[in-house]
Design a protein. Structure first.
Lengths: 361, 326, 275
């Protein structure tokens, strides 16, 4: 009787990992592994092309061999090593990490606010980081530029904290209040930033604009290590919180009925989201659209359950920014378009296209 | 009750106007201001008042009224309490047009800024409206909002790309992009004021229809209203009001966002009252804001857009904490 | 003491106090219906006894344990709630939704045990929606969707299920369908059902215990045929009516009189049948 029932049941839409001895289990959408593989292949391909392209062209084969240190006896080896390891690889790898961080941050924010238009900068991350960055670039010029990432990070966290506190009332910070107060704080912070941009030296201001738009130009392995360290901690935490996010997404009342501690989980998820966004912004500036579009596309590929959505989103976001960086370097060569501009120019029309394909009335 | 209130606000506005003229890089006595307007004797001080201060303050009043009414219209049209004229991409379109003008024509006079600003604003609105009308259902509030947000992000990126590459242009236009009334003269005002006046009158004329639309498309259609037509006409007025404002003073935010909220609190949801009250209170807000812009770091000036943000943000926080349920 | 008990409960939102100093007992193992006019506080009362709304005064106990002192997951294993008009995220399949019900039984390490799998499948079967399991929830009809949500609370495996207006906005056939399902869950699985119902006749038909609420106060409580009569309906709903036994279930059936038909002659046989 039981066997017959099992046969009648359709295949579940997920894959379960279950260990025999230790009580551990995890499930992921069935489509996820295949999609992940395709994205990884695409990213590696784009990465190789990107490293190979530039004012100093390196054949793709040699790129791979240089990375693997397999072409030491090649006559141009020293040049290859310099270009690949010092100039190109760090920025492209950073681009991938930034994309991953922003995409996951955006997915978390969309889940927390139950709003498909949320992005990683909802809680003032961009405004706070921008204010501190612009202050350092334009005003407090005696402070070394190497402190910029830390300052931007701190600024982002402070702004987010201020927003959360202002939105705190009667024991909770509801999404609507957060969004509205986020707008308010971003405006004040934006006003101060504007004043600095107006009265600063014009070359400094130009530099500030580049940072604001988002760029990975001139980034080195230090930036990669810094961001990488953050992601090593934050991404696994985010992935493990996927289940709570699913439940939160059913609605506050239903979630409470299922025993979720809504305020606490929402706060935790927000901290992770803000930290991811702040880390990304601190090394690369405020790159837009990735955190907005990547979750949307990923949702269509693997469904809304966050166990599969978050990891795939990270991969997809990373691939997106790597591609955008390549386009930015190619489009107006030998000059560079900052990657944030490319993401906006591709992202905006694509987002329009996404929206009109869905059933919007 | 509402009519006396409106008249009271108007009186207050005139007083503010006069008060504003007395303040600036150098203060002028109120008696002198009065004389300058009503019995001028050609003296230097009177000249300053007539050619510099008066036009500037009048510009502020006109722009404040225009922005507030445009914001009220947008909020009624899109049923989105966070809408203002910037939602139709007007500010970003104007900025791009002005940047292009400066790049192509070197150092144009303020009146050319105005012309290109208006052009950019109008073009942006048309594009956003067209984008928002694609697909089923025509230009619904949600689609308009989305189209506007995406368009603004796209165009802003474009504008920034140009500015990053061209230091001179950046230096020239950065003050303009923050919104300011510095140097606005009678000539500029007389070019743009007619558009704004048409927009204001138009807004009053269709205020009853806007009230109906703001209740919901289904309700409006059920009452026999042609929502598509009304929406299109209202959008034209928004472009005149907001485009005219951008032409005079550059992009200024928050006025169109806050004033309608405050006004709705006082007068309710009838647009026949919302429009005039918004005009007067918008004018008041910008006049006071411009005083701040002139006075806070005198003899230098702050852009009035910054003052608006600093004033508007606390209001928003109050709104979020006390007026939003859950 | 197997009962859900609220004592001296005061429930309020920011702007208004809805319920003051109310005491009520919900019997476990039975179907209880909360009825009353709009705004009477029945939904508020449900939220108060489910831990969704913190009471200003008073206490709520489940089998003598204060629900606010229990860990949230512990309580969720014993008490589940289905709020009014729940919305599932776009693209979520029925199977995934029902699986969500296992949340209180999971932990960081045990995210999907064999037990979770089994209970979810059972829930799908019992509610008869196995064939829809892979379809997105938002593509189902109203009745099917409601069954999916009930399956989720079933997967939660709690002894008490609270439902806030589970049948509002459903077609009549689906209303009866859902009520029959809830009735089954009570009779064959011993689940305690507490539901806010809009339709008084449905409440009379399906409830073992009826609680009538007006202006934040309990006007009457007890078995439907002991409690529902013309004076109660007049007092609680402000409606003139005839009450007679339902020809199918023999429970009280409320027949409104209204203005338009007041002058219509009532057949003699009809007058004899009324309570």
């Amino acid at each position: 009787m039981a066997a017959k029932h099992l046969q009648e049941h359709p295949q579940p839409a997920w894959i379960t990992f279950r260990l025999r001895r230790i009580p551990f289990s995890y499930r992921i959408d069935r489509r996820a592994p295949l999609v992940a593989l395709i994205i990884v292949l695409f990213t590696v391909g784009t990465l190789i092309v990107s490293v190979s392209y530039g004012e100093y062209n390196i054949p793709p084969v040699e790129v791979v061999r240089t990375v693997l240190n397999a072409n030491i006896d090649h006559p141009d080896y020293e040049n290859f090593r310099l270009v690949v390891h010092t100039f190109r690889l760090p920025r492209i790898v950073l681009a991938f990490l930034v994309g991953a961080a922003l995409a996951v941050s955006g997915a978390l924010m969309q889940g927390i606010t139950r709003n498909a238009l949320a992005d990683p900068y909802l809680l003032g991350v961009s405004g706070g980081a921008a204010l501190t960055a612009v202050t350092l670039i334009v005003w407090l010029k005696t402070i070394p530029i190497s402190t910029l990432p830390f300052a931007a990070f701190a600024g982002a966290l402070l702004a987010a904290g201020a927003i959360y506190l202002f939105a705190w009332k009667n024991g909770s910070s509801t999404p609507i209040r957060l969004i509205l107060i986020g707008i308010a704080i971003e405006s004040i912070v934006g006003a101060f930033t504007t004043v600095m941009l107006l009265f600063g030296d014009i070359t400094d201001v130009q530099q500030a604009y580049v940072w604001l738009m988002g760029s990975v130009y001139g980034r080195n392995w230090e930036h990669v290590h810094a961001l990488g360290a953050w992601l090593l901690v934050l991404l696994p935490v985010a992935f493990l919180l996927a289940r709570q996010l699913n439940t939160l997404n059913l609605g506050e009342d239903t979630a409470k009925g299922l025993g979720l501690r809504v305020e606490r989980q929402r706060g935790l998820l927000m901290i992770v989201s803000v930290a991811l966004a702040a880390a990304a912004v601190s090394v690369a500036g405020t790159i837009g659209f990735v955190g907005l579009v990547a979750p949307h596309i990923t949702r269509r590929l693997v469904g809304p359950s966050h166990e599969g959505l978050l990891p795939i989103c990270a991969l997809f976001g990373g691939a997106l920014v790597v591609l955008a960086d390549l386009i930015g370097r190619w489009a107006i060569a030998p000059s560079e378009l900052p990657v944030g501009i490319v993401t906006a120019m591709i992202g905006a029309p694509y987002f329009l296209f996404l929206l009109y394909r869905s059933r919007i009335r | 009750m509402l009519l006396p209130g409106l008249l009271l606000c108007l009186v207050f506005l005139v007083l503010c106007l006069l008060w504003s003229i007395t303040l600036g890089a150098a203060d002028i006595a109120p008696r002198t201001v009065y004389d300058a307007i009503f019995s001028s004797d050609g003296s230097f001080q009177h000249l300053i008042i007539q050619t510099i201060r008066l036009p500037r303050v009048l510009s502020g009043i006109v722009v404040g009224a225009a922005l507030a009414v445009a914001g009220a219209l947008m909020q009624g049209l899109t049923r989105n309490p966070l809408a203002d004229s910037g939602l139709l991409g007007i500010n970003s379109g104007a900025a791009l047009a002005v940047v292009l003008a400066v790049v192509l024509r070197g150092n144009p006079p303020l009146s050319e800024y105005a012309f290109f600003g208006f052009l950019g604003a109008g073009t942006a609105a048309v594009i956003v409206y067209a984008l928002g009308s694609m697909g089923r259902g025509g230009a619904t509030p949600l689609k308009l909002t989305l189209a506007g947000v995406i368009f603004t992000a796209f165009i802003s990126a474009f504008t920034t790309a140009i500015l990053i590459g061209d230091t001179e242009t950046l230096d020239q236009i950065r003050f303009w992009t923050a919104g300011s009334f510095a140097g606005r003269d009678m000539a500029l005002l007389s070019q743009t004021a007619p558009w704004i006046l048409i927009g204001l009158v138009g807004a009053i004329l269709i205020s009853r229809q806007i009230t109906t639309i703001s209740l919901g498309d289904d309700v409006a259609k059920g009452l026999g209203q042609n929502t598509t037509l009304i929406r299109a006409i209202a959008a034209v007025f928004v472009v005149m009001l907001a485009g005219g404002s951008v032409a005079v003073a550059g992009p200024i935010g928050f006025v169109g966002l806050i004033i309608p909220h405050v006004v709705r609190f006082i007068v309710g949801v009838d647009y026949r009252w919302i429009v005039p009250y918004s005009a007067v209170m918008g004018a008041l807000l910008v006049t006071v804001g411009d005083v701040g812009a002139r006075v806070i770091i005198r003899p230098q000036e702050l852009p009035v857009g910054v003052i608006m943000a600093v004033l508007g943000a606390p209001f928003f926080i109050w709104l979020a904490r006390w007026k939003v349920k859950r | 003491m197997s009962e859900l008990n609220a004592r001296n409960l005061t429930l309020a939102y920011e702007s208004a106090t809805i319920i003051t100093d109310l005491t009520v007992t919900v019997p476990l193992g039975a179907v209880t219906a909360l009825v009353g006019p709009n705004g009477c506080g029945k939904s508020t009362l449900l939220r108060g006894i489910s831990r969704l709304l913190k009471p200003r005064t008073g206490a709520v106990t489940l089998s003598a344990q204060d629900i606010w002192k229990l860990p949230t997951k512990e309580l969720a294993k014993r008490l589940g709630i289905l709020p009014q008009g729940p919305v599932a995220p776009e693209g979520l399949t029925v199977h995934e939704l029902v699986a969500q019900g296992r949340y209180p039984h999971q932990s960081w390490f045990q995210q999907w045990s064999a037990e979770d799998e089994r209970v979810t499948r059972d829930a799908l079967e019992i509610t008869g929606i196995v064939e829809f399991a892979d379809r997105p929830v938002d593509t189902l009809s109203g009745g099917q969707r409601q069954r999916a949500w009930i399956a989720m609370t079933l997967a939660q495996d709690s002894e008490v299920i609270l439902l806030d207006e589970p049948t509002t906005f459903l077609d009549l056939a689906y209303q009866i369908d859902v009520l029959d399902l809830l009735h089954d869950l009570n009779r064959s699985r011993g689940k305690t059902i507490v539901m806010v119902l809009h339709d008084l006749n449905h409440a009379c038909r399906y409830a073992d215990h009826l609680i009538a609420v007006k202006n934040g106060q309990i006007v009457a409580e007890g078995k439907p045929d002991e409690v529902v009569n013309e004076s109660l309906v007049r007092e609680v709903f402000g409606l003139e009516c005839h009450v007679m036994p339902d020809p199918i279930t023999a429970t009280p059936m409320v027949i409104p009189i209204g203005r338009a038909h007041k002058s219509v002659q009532q057949p003699a046989a009809f007058a004899e049948m009324s309570i």
